[in-house]
Design a protein around this ligand. Structure first.
Ligand code: ZN
Length: 491
């Protein structure tokens, strides 16, 4: 198993801490246990497809490791307090902001969007983490960590603001991003705290401001109404549940420079052990139509938006798998349409070989060869795009139906498309009538052009445009003067 490690900036052979340092572990502990921590969501708004890509790829990592014989303990946090709108420890808490936006209490908003997160994950076939932990239920361990850092002399207090970590006390800082921001020329940024000793110092604990009247506050030795900073929750909870050193820590690439740099600083100071995480796995961004996703641009999609357009979650999952997790991926409705067609083909082929397979058939050498190829790809830094080429190769091959059935099920254990639970009824799903607004912008234009041609009785043009529609995976049915749009069935 090989994984790219942001810490070394290299693809490395993956080994657990126990495999490399077995003498320091009690006899009887499984050397193949992987302690993995994944930065979870801040539950102040709806989970969107950018999140879905990140957690689908975390899920593939867990599945590949388990398939390779590792016992993965996967801990994932729920940030339900302390994440400010800016990484610079200034601005509003996202939870309090969400509470105002949705007219509910911060606690209600946290529950609502945590539920939506898991609903989205279940739809996408993402396995639940071994342990999901909420920041608000780990206040004491976060406080204990900050008190320890204070005792060791790594903190200072900014009056009416909070307890800060002094990054100048560290020998090393910023190892992940490869540049130490402490040595960068100081520039004043918007929202930067005036009394910080160093620009890279960060808040461990924040105090309620006068007149702020926050919903989520706890007493601390420094202030009667205070709350933990965002970074400390991941360190405190991962150490509490997984021990002082992690095998794998995952997160988005946007966390490398600040959030993860700070996790390393406070964790290693607290435990005295290096490295805090042996492998840092970072996921790249998802863009939509080439832009950053935002509600104001109208390119913000939740899983429900995708379902309402008649797509299946497996098609979206397949789309994510076509791109490597370290590459930026550009989502378009056209690419989702293409993957919906591909998913239908795969499902149809699977159902056919399922019907025809013989349980006691021997696996051919050729099939074993293809399985080897597939697993070599996924175990090489999760190369899912190449692994998918093996899936299509199997479908096109002359292998027996039993071989194909066996391989597809084996592959799907790591791809997680959910073939094993599919039956004939899944093939007819998504065949409901679609509305024009459910189509991509290009297809909407095409539809309008065809309508004009049809009304003008220009049947040559109308038929040509209909053929273009069918190529995109849709069917136009002329019914009593109107046109009904359906997703094209592939069988
Ligand atoms: Zn985190």
């Amino acid at each position: 198993m090989k994984l790219y490690n942001t810490l070394s900036k290299k693809v490395e052979e993956f080994k657990t801490l126990r495999e490399t340092n077995s003498e320091n572990f009690p006899v009887g502990e499984n050397p193949k246990q992987v302690n993995m921590y994944a930065c979870g969501v801040t539950v102040y708004d709806y989970t969107h497809i950018g999140h879905l890509r990140k957690y689908v790829m975390d899920d593939v990592l867990v599945r590949v490791l388990r398939n390779a014989g590792y016992d993965v303990k996967h801990v994932q946090n729920i940030t339900d307090v302390g994440h400010l709108v800016s990484d610079d420890d200034e601005g509003e808490d996202k939870m309090e902001k969400g509470a105002r936006k949705y007219g509910q209490s911060a606690w209600e908003v946290a529950k609502k969007f945590e539920d939506y997160f898991f609903y989205s994950m279940d739809k996408m076939g993402v396995l639940r983490p071994t342990l999901s932990c909420r920041a608000t239920e780990h206040i004491q361990s976060q406080l204990d960590m900050v008190l320890d850092l204070e005792k060791k002399g790594y903190t200072y207090i900014i009056e009416d603001d909070g307890v800060y970590f002094d990054t100048s006390k560290l020998a090393e800082y910023g190892q992940l991003s490869g540049h130490d921001p402490r040595h960068a020329p100081r520039e004043s940024r918007m929202g930067e705290i005036a009394n910080k000793r160093n620009p890279s110092d960060f808040a461990l604990w924040k105090f309620e401001k006068a007149g702020e009247n926050r919903q989520m506050v706890w007493p601390s030795p420094w202030h009667p109404r205070s709350f933990p900073g965002w970074h400390v929750e991941c360190s405190a909870m991962s150490i509490e549940h997984l021990g002082p050193q992690l095998d794998i820590h995952t997160g988005g690439i946007d966390h490398i420079a600040v959030h993860h740099a700070n996790e390393i600083a406070q964790s290693e100071t607290y435990t005295g052990k290096k490295p805090f995480a042996r492998f840092w796995v970072h996921h790249n961004f998802l863009r939509v139509d080439g832009e950053k996703m935002s509600k104001s641009l109208g390119n913000f999609f939740t899983i429900d938006d995708i379902l309402q357009k008649g797509f299946e979650p497996a098609a979206l999952r397949l789309l994510f798998l076509t791109s490597h997790y370290r590459s930026e991926q550009n989502f378009t409705l056209q690419s989702l349409e293409a993957n919906q067609i591909a998913w239908r083909k795969l499902l149809q082929a699977y159902l056919l070989v399922k019907k025809n397979h013989h349980l006691d058939a021997e696996i051919s050498q050729e099939a074993e060869q293809l399985a080897k190829q597939f697993f070599a790809f996924v175990e090489n830094d999760l190369n899912t795009p190449e692994a998918l080429t093996v899936v299509w190769k199997v479908l096109k091959s002359n292998l027996s139906d039993s071989d194909k059935y066996h391989l597809l099920l084996e592959f799907d254990r790591v791809l997680g498309l959910g073939l094993v639970s599919m039956d004939e009824s899944d093939l007819t799903k998504g065949n409901e009538d679609l509305e024009i607004k459910d189509l991509s912008v290009d297809l909407q234009k095409l539809f309008a052009e065809r309508e004009i041609a049809r009304r003008n009785k220009d049947f040559v043009t109308a038929d040509r445009l209909r053929a273009e529609f069918e190529q995109a995976g849709y069917q136009l049915v002329d019914q009593a003067g109107t046109v009904v749009i359906k997703r094209k069935a592939t069988h």
